[in-house]
Ligand binder design. Sequence first.
Ligand code: COA
Length: 355
Amino acid sequence: MLRSKVAGIGYYVPEQVVTNNDLTEFMDTSDEWIQERTGIKERRYGKKFEETTTTMGARAAEKAIADAGINKEDIDFIIFATLSPDYYFPGCGVLVQRELGITGKEAGALDIRNQCSGFVYGLSVADQFVKSGMYKNVLVIGAEMHSMGLDYSTRGRNVTVIFGDGAGAVVLQPTEEENKGILTTKLHSDGTYAEKLAFISPGAHGGYHQRDAEEKIDYAFSDAKYGEMFVNEHMLENGLLFPDMEGQFVFKLAVQKFPEVIREALEEAGLKPGDIDMLVPHQANLRISKFVQKRMGLSDDQVWNNIQKFGNTTAASIPIALAEAVEKGAVKEGDLVCLAAFGSGFTWGSALIRW
Ligand code: COA
């Protein structure tokens, strides 16, 4: 039976460390508040005007490609998950292809816009391509440059303190080895609460969106006959050009959906929580991870957390955490690894991998 295995893995985080205290220069917050509510001590920010989501993604990809022992030119297909793309369009998939210098082969590139669960979705798509025999080397990247799009005033403190920059990548290849590779992936979504965690502008809504409709905000700000600009003064004035989150709402759903989707994958594979050697949850918030750990009855050495150092890096968080766990020898050949994510959309998913 053909399966896909992680043949190579790598991550990249920018050098610039930003501590909680550094953020208190711009907003009313404290190291104590941030650590208590999220577990985060510091995060990394990319070098402004030099690093981008694409360049960080490329650095992680180069490591994954080297780890797989292949050449860049061997890549057949690229999947790039991010919510902070360099451009509105085209996507980072083609930009990373150019950054890696592998445009000559004209390998396909696909961008995934599924935020925190973007990497798990990307991995699942890549898994289907590899299992079907369509491609032999699929590069899956999760990368974010959040620092370029955050509200650094007190208004944005509930969101801004959480996020950090970075990138992680894997190369998937086919394998016929028994009991190795991706055993299953599970993907879900429910768009009912799309605006509860969203970055809605710039967008084709022209300044109008569902949440405001509920609040009956008057949108008589434009007298243009047709259309509006993707970015307009109304958005700027109303702080609509920043991510927005109803934290407690997200928290409550996350702690329900994480265990649900992990159990679903385990059941399909005929396994139980105790069989997991390493759970690598999306690094949303340390309190969420601890809650999930308790619910699943796992010990500290069965769950990998690094949000303390890197913050929440959204689509990059799982590949960064997984790559770090592998690098530190916490994930070994034969181990059962479980990836799980929940985030904006809402979208969530899990993957079970025999390492
Ligand atoms: N520093 C200091 N105070 C802050 C703050 C900050 N960075 N952010 C918010 N506050 C304040 C709020 O203004 C509020 O003040 P008030 O009581 O005077 O109105 C108070 O802290 C409590 O706010 P609340 O939003 O209820 O806090 P919380 O305990 O829910 O923690 C989160 C906020 C965002 C940390 C928490 O809800 C969370 O982690 N949610 C999940 C978020 C997540 O994981 N997102 C990623 C999903 S993938």
